[in-house]
Design a protein around this ligand. Structure first.
Ligand code: FAD
Length: 806
């Protein structure tokens, strides 16, 4: 075994082998994979290994298609069979909502140029004559759907990696990983140690144990999962083609042909956790005892749908472990608190995602950043608050609702009340309906004093449409108070603080005390990794506000610039809360509570003051994400309730209202303001989203400067623009594809909402540059159907910014 390597991958399952293969493919051939047993010894060997392409998230869809196409290439490249069967998958809709979901997916498929289209029942019967189509409203067909051989695929990745020079050592358990002062690692095994630049944790079922070796924890919990294979079925033996698999998600099971029989698996309601206190080291190629009773409800539905299954004997039952994250997506990326430690764990649809995971990992490690925005997979989306209780509750919910429809504004019940702020009970008493935001309960909308707020979900406008409208109108006509405590908040101080910050962000940081600036943070490829408001509170003392969900994500960038010992950098997200007081009467309201001069002459837009308000010391910044006249006020968390009550009581005669996050979404979209992870992501270039004016190339250095220099004069590939959409009962919410009236795909929605001030449905979207012409008309696929939309030349609300600066 070699003693030095560029990267050591821990875990020889499907995912680890794909990562090794892709590292070598992208040029890192001095890489090693260590496996404690045989390859495939975790979840991989016993998987049903079904393949699917489309996902609710557009980038994940792209990576799933990449993976599905890769297997045949791998076979050619390595000579190792992957056992690829692609007889297609039939997606069945039993309900109107499922039909909406499938039609939305079909519209997205058209945009991506991939095959996923409606099929008549007559045609579907030719693909699978054993299905009983009673009660089915619509059928979609995915020709590439199918399955692979789990160990064949894993061995093919391994063979491909070896061909390029990578090493694989079986029966070599990693027993310790130790970070070295220069950021490299020593990986210990009974067969010797390896000094490596990067460690990759792809230890699947043992990911928690391997993470513990490096001193961190991951929110993961294994469950049992079962499927069974039937004996040969004469009706299948009689066919001269392979059956299309059955994706009857309303029935909550999956089914495909296996040999001359059927394979049926289910995500049951009363799931069973496994290895809650840790995965046993000695667990190998073992299975749990059969427990088909647990999945019997689901199996009965499968038998109703494919009646021949009811008469078939059971040949074998697989009850094996799989390991879940709280939202069932990967825990992925470099661990922000460590140097050069990559994690790729909690992978549920591994066979649909292995190639994409491997490719993005190799890009991230070798090139510094993946080409796609991977935030939906990024481990940084969970913080220390994602403890065992939270994880178990969420995993139970994810498992048992694996095939449920996910709606655009869905908030799930599991894992709630994890992080509460002092105003929680007060907000609840005002009928607040809460959402989960980076673990926090935060108000989405208010049903009204003494009314219990309840949400309904669907793809069309829901019960909250009117209450949110009232909030928006109250703010635009009078004044609203929005809890913005979710924003990530940081305090930077000490000799050299300004110089350090200036080396990180792309704009000049404010030079004068009392000034604030907006600044992008650029990624390794020159895209938008973040957007911040930086306020100079005092000499060498700054207050910075950014996206709250991205706080751990941004940590990677703050770590990238060495901080002098004299400079302290502290997250004050928990220590401080914030309110945005906005609307034409916000000045009047605040002036009743503070001596500070709020007049436009003495407190201009983007200026700040440290003030006393309602007897509380606060940082006040004249900004508002609503696009209206307004102030953000930040106070110590213990003062949050006192300030909230003072604002609401004092403003009663002005018509003040508590305003929730859903209103903020509508208000910022009609004003055309971008939001991180929607309009701003490392995938988008600054000049595509209108942030290039905030990048100061005359600065000697800032993160991403060289990368930006290479792209800044390239023509934008797409442009962020606003649309007015003609729709009656459903608004765009993000992800909807956009076509020219002749059906040519030209873009997609990043955010959408009804704009209550402009009284129109509005959307922010990315459109291919050549189609961005004044007055252009497009079709936005809402519920999968075209809705005519007209491009805006300026924000729908207050295009000249008079309200903001008034
Ligand atoms: C019953 C069942 C059915 C499934 N069906 C499907 C399906 O139809 N489609 C689909 O896409 N997915 C399916 N899955 C999920 C799929 O199996 C996983 O997504 C995939 O196998 C995850 O692979 P992995 O490489 O991340 O983890 P694992 O397969 O768990 O591999 C981890 C590897 O790390 C090794 N390891 C651990 N600790 C160490 C150490 N200290 N040193 C060295 N090596 C170590 C282990 O021995 C193991 O080989 C199914 C899972 C189950 C249980």
């Amino acid at each position: 075994m070699k003693t030095h390597a560029q990267a050591v991958v821990i875990g020889g399952g499907l995912v680890g082998c794909s990562i090794l293969y892709h590292l070598a493919k992208l040029g890192w051939t001095d890489v090693v994979l260590l496996e404690r047993d045989e390859l495939t010894s975790g979840s991989t060997w016993h998987a049903a290994a079904g393949l699917h392409g489309l996902h609710d998230n557009n980038n994940i869809s792209k990576l799933q298609y990449y993976t599905m196409n890769l297997y045949k290439e791998l076979e050619k490249e390595t000579g190792q069979g992957c056992g690829v069967f692609q007889p297609g998958s039939l997606y069945l809709a039993q309900t109107e909502e499922r039909e909406h979901q499938l039609r939305i997916q079909a519209a997205k498929a058209k945009y991506f140029g991939v095959d996923f289209y409606e099929m008549s029942i007559e045609e579907a019967l030719k693909k699978n004559p054993l299905i009983n189509f009673d009660g089915i409203r619509c059928v979609m067909y995915e020709p590439d759907g199918g399955n692979v051989d789990p160990s064949g695929v894993t061995m093919a990745y391994a063979a491909g990696a070896r061909q390029m020079g990578a090493e694989i050592h079986r029966f070599t358990p990693v027993t310790a990983t130790t970070q070295q002062p220069d950021g490299s690692w020593i990986v210990e095994t009974p067969n010797g140690n390896i000094h490596t630049q990067w460690v990759v944790n792809a230890a699947g079922l043992w990911a928690r144990e391997v993470a513990a070796m490096a001193g961190f924890t991951m929110p993961l919990q294994p469950t049992e999962h079962q499927y069974f294979v039937t004996e040969a079925i004469p009706e299948i033996e009689a066919l001269d083609f392979r059956l299309a698999s059955v994706a009857d998600r309303d029935g909550e099971y999956y089914m495909r042909q296996e040999g001359q029989g059927l394979l049926i698996g289910a995500y049951e309601k009363n799931l069973k956790f496994w290895a809650e206190e840790g995965t046993p080291q000695g667990f190998g190629h073992e299975l749990f005892a059969d427990d088909l009773d647990r999945i019997m409800d689901n199996v009965m539905r499968a038998m109703d749908r494919v009646p021949v299954a009811a008469d078939a004997g059971i040949k074998r039952v697989i009850n094996g472990p799989m390991i879940w994250s709280p939202d069932s997506s990967a825990l992925y990326g470099p661990v922000p608190e460590l140097r050069n430690y990559f994690t790729c764990c909690g992978i549920i649809p591994g066979f649909s995602q292995s190639g994409g995971l491997g490719l993005m990992t190799a890009q991230w490690i070798i090139e510094g950043e993946p080409e796609f925005d991977m935030f939906p997979w990024d481990i940084s989306r969970f913080g220390h608050w994602a403890d065992k209780k939270f994880t178990k509750e969420k995993v139970a919910d994810q498992y048992s609702k694996r095939f449920a429809i996910h709606y655009p504004f869905e908030e799930r019940d599991a894992g709630r009340n994890t992080r509460l702020r002092p105003v929680f009970e007060k907000q609840k008493s005002m009928g607040a309906v809460f959402g989960l935001n980076y673990g926090w309960e935060h108000p989405l909308w208010f049903a009204g004093e003494g009314v219990e707020g309840k949400e309904s979900y669907g793809f069309t406008r829901q019960d909250w449409f009117e209450p949110v409208g009232e909030e928006c109108r109250a703010l635009r006509n009078n004044v609203g108070v929005i809890d913005v405590s979710n924003f990530g908040k940081y305090e930077i101080k000490g000799a050299g603080a300004g110089a350090w910050l200036d080396r990180i962000v792309a704009n000049h940081i404010p030079k004068e005390v009392g000034r604030s600036c907006l600044t992008p943070l650029l990624g390794v490829r020159g895209g938008i990794a973040g957007d911040f408001t930086i306020t100079k509170l005092d000499d060498e003392h700054y207050f910075m506000v950014g996206s709250g969900i991205a706080e751990r994500y941004h940590q990677r960038y703050f770590n990238a610039v060495e901080r002098p010992d004299t400079v302290s950098f502290e997250s004050v997200t928990e220590a401080y809360c914030g309110f945005n007081v906005a609307g034409p009467k916000s000045r009047e309201l605040l002036s009743r509570l503070t001596q500070a001069d709020l007049s436009n002459d003495n407190w201009k837009f983007m200026r700040s003051k440290q003030i006393t308000i309602a007897g509380i010391e606060a940082i006040g910044i004249r900004v508002s994400f609503t696009g209206d006249l307004g102030w953000e006020l930040y106070v110590p968390t213990e003062q949050q309730l006192k300030l909230y009550e003072a604002l609401l009581e004092t403003g009663a005669d002005l018509g003040v209202r508590p305003v929730g996050g859903r209103s903020l979404g509508s208000l910022r979209i009609e004003k055309g303001y971008g939001s991180w992870s929607r309009e701003y992501s490392p995938e988008y270039w600054p000049h595509e989203v209108g942030l290039d004016r905030l990048i100061k190339m005359d600065k000697p250095e800032f993160l991403g400067k060289e990368a930006y220099a290479k792209i800044k004069d390239l023509p934008p590939r797409e442009l962020l623009v606003g649309l007015i959409v003609d729709t009656d009962d459903a608004d765009a919410s993000g992800g909807e594809p956009i076509f020219l009236p002749d059906g040519t795909p030209v873009g997609r929605v990043s955010s959408g909402a009804y704009g209550y001030t402009v009284e129109k449905s509005v959307a922010l979207c990315f459109i291919k540059t050549e189609h961005v012409v004044s007055g252009a008309e497009f079709d936005v696929a809402i519920l999968g159907k075209p809705h005519r939309a007209t491009m805006l030349d300026a924000p729908a609300f207050d295009p000249k910014g008079e309200r903001l600066r008034g």
